[in-house]
Design a protein around this ligand. Structure first.
Ligand code: CDT
Length: 354
């Protein structure tokens, strides 16, 4: 017998130990193959790799062009890491200007965009189209008929705006208030959003938007939850110091940030991507803490710096199904006959004193 024949025979005779294990091994391989087919099918349709693009500070003197260059650098990095969608902060193109009390309208209108995209922002849209990456970012919007909104847009992968949201919950005040350590004049600069909380079918899922202070209000998430939202995108600028309670401390402020976002995600079985503009802007501190939260309310990624920093996570939109079909199956469990006060009363009215 030649050496070749010997080796063929040896291959045909399974070693006894393997022969005994063979049925179990084959069963394991078969079940793995079945599972991966299912996983591949869902993942092809339902994974959105999201990049939370936290931005470090933007100074008053920085131009829109400077900022757009930074946004493009983050987008290039996001693309290299396989992102389908990049999410930037609230008022991403400028410093957080509502901290400045200004009387002259013309002066404060300089912070606003009259068109989107405009000259300075067009390169961002062009790069997004080139990379085939969807994006969400916030900016100050001045409409042709003179209305001022704190706005965010969502684009598809061709760089076309497919959704617009105008901030509903405007925090702060209208006039200069001397008791505060710093001013927060959003109520002076903006009108409350007039578009409501909508959702859009994009990236194979149902996507919603909110802005900053909206994340602290359960109604924000629930209105989108009732439209089947699977991923909520939220940009924010939050001062590191409470202007009316300086002893509060950064840790507590970050705790409230996480608490709000995690509760919104869990109670509506949705992904939430919350993205900060952070760091010291002209002497005023904003906290970071950008985070991506899964539909179970757990944090899957969190920023560590107060600089430009990218968090990338592959979000399985089908991970929303369990919560939406069990404990938060709204159709089965909500009792709207008891929720009337939510839309008929704004402020709390306790019962008369005894
Ligand atoms: N930008 C924004 O909405 N910031 C608020 C701070 C409120 S303090 C008056 C926030 O809720 O984070």
């Amino acid at each position: 017998m030649t050496e070749r024949h010997e080796s063929c025979l040896a291959e045909k005779t399974p070693r006894p130990r393997y022969a005994a294990r063979r049925p179990a091994v084959e069963a394991a391989i078969a079940s793995l193959a079945k599972k991966s087919r299912q996983e591949i099918r869902t993942s092809l349709m339902r994974i959105v790799t999201v990049a939370a693009a936290q931005m470090g500070p933007i100074q008053k003197a920085d131009s829109r062009e400077d900022v757009v260059r930074r946004m493009i650098a983050l987008m290039d990095e996001a693309k290299a890491k396989g992102a389908d969608l990049i999410v930037y902060p609230e008022l991403a193109l400028t410093t957080f200007f509502p901290r400045w009390y200004v009387e002259d309208r013309a002066e404060f209108d300089n912070w606003f965009e009259r068109e989107m995209p405009g000259t300075a922002t067009r390169p961002l849209f062009e790069r997004a189209a080139q990379h085939r990456i969807a994006m969400n970012f916030g900016y100050a919007e001045l409409t042709p008929d003179g209305h001022h909104f704190n706005t965010a847009v969502l684009t598809d992968k061709s760089g076309r705006i497919v959704g617009k949201y105008r901030k509903v919950h405007l925090p702060g005040h209208v006039e200069f208030e001397s008791h505060r350590s710093h001013q927060h004049l959003e109520k002076r600069y903006f009108e409350p959003g007039d578009l409501g909380f909508n959702v859009w079918r994009e990236l194979g899922g149902v996507i919603g938007m909110a802005i900053c202070n909206d994340r602290r209000w359960p109604e924000t998430y629930r209105v989108m939850g009732l439209q089947g939202v699977e991923m909520v995108l939220i940009g924010y600028n939050t001062p590191s110091v409470n202007a009316e309670r300086s002893e509060e401390g950064l840790e507590k402020r970050l705790f409230h940030n996480r608490l709000s976002v995690q509760a919104g995600a869990y109670q509506n079985a949705t992904w939430v991507v919350a993205v900060a503009k952070a760091g010291i802007e002209d002497g005023h501190a904003l906290f970071g803490g950008s985070l991506i939260v899964d539909p179970n309310g757990e944090i899957v990624a969190e920023a560590k710096t107060e600089e430009d920093e990218l968090l990338v996570h592959a979000c399985d939109l089908d991970a929303t199904v369990f919560g939406k079909t069990t404990i938060f199956n709204f159709a089965q469990h909500r009792r709207i006959e008891h929720y009337g006060l939510i839309t008929s009363r704004t402020g709390a009215v306790p019962p008369p004193a005894k």
